[in-house]
Design a protein around this ligand. Structure first.
Ligand code: HAM
Length: 420
C-alpha cells in the first residue's frame, strides 16, 4: 500500500477540478440564502443515539453504515451520516423554535460519512448541501424547498434531473397501510433477512432492487390508496404549488427513503446519466422527528443535495461551468529588483480585485512563462533590469502574444484596461 493513498471510498478534491465543487455548493446555497435560510454548522460527530433514534434503529444507515467510536472519556459518538438530525438537535439546543419566528429556516454544507460499499457515485465520505425548515406544517413550505432545489439544478445548467414525488402519510394513516402491506408481503416468497425487514420496516421492502423481489411486488398495496383526507389534501396542495411554479414532477408511489423519519411529502431528484447511484438529492417532511429525539412537536421539512453526484451529473451532461479564472494576471520578475516591484504590483492588483499571481523561487524567463501559460492567465507582466531602468514593465497578452511597455507606476490601470 502506498502511503499516498486516501482511504477506500474517499477521494480528494484538488485543483482544477475542485473549482466545480465550490461552484456547485455556491449554486445550491444561493437560492436558499435568497429565501430566508440562515447558515448553520454543526460538529462532524454527534452522540450515537441522535442518529439511532432519529434516522431509525432499523435503517441500513444506522445498522450497517455508521462510523462509531468510543472516546477516551467513554462517550459513544458517530461521524454524522446525514445532517437533518444534527441540525434539528442544534436548533432545539439553541431554542431557535422559541424565538417566535417559525419556521426556523436553516441551510448547511459539509462532509458526511457512511460505511457503504464504494462504487461510482457512492463514497464513504461525501458532501451535501442541505436545507431544513423547522416548525411549520404548511404545504407551501414543502413546495418552496422543492422549487429551490429545482432552481439550483437549473442554474447549473442541468437538464436531465427528474423529480420523483410521493406521500408517506402520517401517524393517522400509515399504521393502517403498514399492516395491509405487511399482510401482503408475508404471503410472498422472500429470504429470511427480507422477511425480518417485513416485520420491522415493511415500507423499505418496496425499495428492494432485486428482480426476483420486484416481480412479486407488482400488486403490492400503495400508500397513496391509503392516505387519510388530511394527508391527501396536503399532498394535492404541494402538487398544485409545484405545477404553478413550473416544476415538473413524476408521481412515484414506490418512493420510500432510506431514513425512517419521513412523513407525508417525500421526494428524490434523480439523474439518469449516473447509473445505479442515480439520486442526486432527496428529502421530505419529518413531522415526528423532533419528538423522536426528545423535543416538542415541530413539524418540519427539508432536503439534502449530494455535491459529488451533482458534479457527476454535470460531467454526464457535458456541462462546463462558467467559472471565474483562477488567475487573470501572472507576473514574471527577472532579478531581485524586478521581484520587489512586481510583488508590489501583484499586491495592488489583488487589492483592486484582480486575480493575480507571481512567479516565485527566482525562476528564469522560460520556466516562469510556462507557469504563466499553465495558470490560465490572460496577461503576463514581465520585468527585467532594462525595463526597470526605463521605468516600465512589459504587459503581454498570452492569447495573442502581443506585448507592450506600460509605466511601472500605472500597472493596475493598464491591466484593468487590457482585461476590459
Ligand atoms: P439522503 O437521501 O440519504 O438524505 O442523502 C441525500 C443525498 O446525498 C443523496 O441523494 C445523494 O446525492 C447524496 N449521498 C448520500 N449518500 C451518498 C454516498 N454514499 N456517496 C455520495 N453521495 C451520497 C439525507 O441525507 C437526508 N438528511 C435529506 C433530508 C434533509 N431530509 C430532510 N431533510
Amino acid at each position: 500500500m502506498s502511503t499516498f493513498r486516501a482511504p477506500k471510498g474517499t477521494y480528494d478534491l484538488i485543483p482544477p477540478d475542485s473549482a466545480a465543487y465550490l461552484a456547485v455548493r455556491e449554486a445550491i446555497s444561493a437560492p436558499l440564502r435568497r429565501s430566508g435560510y440562515g447558515y448553520v454548522e454543526t460538529p462532524g460527530f454527534e452522540h450515537v443515539e441522535l442518529f439511532s433514534r432519529g434516522v431509525g434503529e432499523s435503517t441500513d444507515i444506522v445498522t450497517k453504515e455508521m462510523y462509531t467510536l468510543t472516546t477516551r472519556g467513554g462517550d459513544r459518538l458517530a461521524l454524522r451520516p446525514e445532517g437533518t438530525a444534527s441540525v434539528l438537535r442544534a436548533a432545539l439546543e439553541a431554542s431557535l423554535h422559541k424565538a417566535g419566528n417559525l419556521p426556523v429556516k436553516l441551510w448547511y454544507s459539509g462532509s458526511y460519512y457512511r460505511y457503504e460499499r464504494p462504487q461510482a457515485g457512492r463514497y464513504r465520505h461525501f458532501s451535501q448541501v442541505g436545507a431544513e425548515a423547522i416548525g411549520a406544517e404548511d404545504p407551501a413550505l414543502d413546495a418552496e424547498l422543492i422549487v429551490l432545489a429545482a432552481d439550483a439544478y437549473r442554474s447549473l445548467g442541468l437538464r436531465d434531473v427528474r423529480l420523483l414525488l410521493n406521500s408517506l402519510g402520517d401517524q393517522e394513516c400509515r399504521p393502517g397501510y403498514r399492516a395491509v402491506l405487511q399482510d401482503f408481503l408475508r404471503g410472498l416468497d422472500l429470504d429470511e433477512e427480507t422477511l425480518r425487514r417485513v416485520e420491522i420496516n415493511p415500507l423499505r421492502v418496496l425499495d428492494d432492487k432485486r428482480e426476483a423481489v420486484r416481480k412479486q411486488l407488482a400488486g403490492a398495496p400503495m400508500m397513496r390508496d391509503h392516505l387519510c383526507e388530511a394527508c391527501k389534501s396536503f399532498h394535492e396542495r404541494v402538487r398544485d404549488l409545484l405545477t404553478a411554479a413550473g416544476v415538473a414532477f413524476e408521481d412515484d408511489p414506490r418512493l420510500v427513503r432510506g431514513l425512517d423519519y419521513y412523513t407525508r411529502t417525500t421526494f428524490e431528484f434523480v439523474h439518469d446519466g449516473l447509473g445505479a447511484q442515480s439520486a442526486v438529492g432527496g428529502g421530505g417532511r419529518y413531522d415526528g422527528l423532533s419528538e423522536m429525539i426528545g423535543g416538542p412537536a415541530l413539524p418540519s421539512v427539508g432536503w439534502a443535495l449530494g455535491v459529488d453526484r451533482t458534479v457527476l451529473a454535470l460531467e454526464a451532461e457535458g456541462v462546463t461551468l462558467d467559472l471565474p479564472a483562477a488567475t487573470e494576471v501572472y507576473a514574471v520578475p527577472l532579478g531581485e529588483e524586478a521581484r520587489d516591484l512586481l510583488f508590489g504590483a501583484v499586491t495592488a492588483l489583488r487589492r483592486a480585485g484582480v486575480a493575480a499571481d507571481l512567479s516565485y523561487g527566482g525562476r528564469g524567463l522560460k520556466g516562469a512563462m510556462k507557469s504563466a501559460n499553465r495558470s490560465g492567465a490572460r496577461l503576463a507582466l514581465v520585468a527585467g533590469e532594462r525595463d526597470l531602468a526605463e521605468g516600465v514593465v512589459q504587459l503581454k497578452d498570452l492569447e495573442s502574444g502581443e506585448q507592450r511597455a506600460v509605466p511601472a507606476d500605472g500597472i493596475t490601470a493598464a491591466v484593468r484596461e487590457a482585461l476590459g
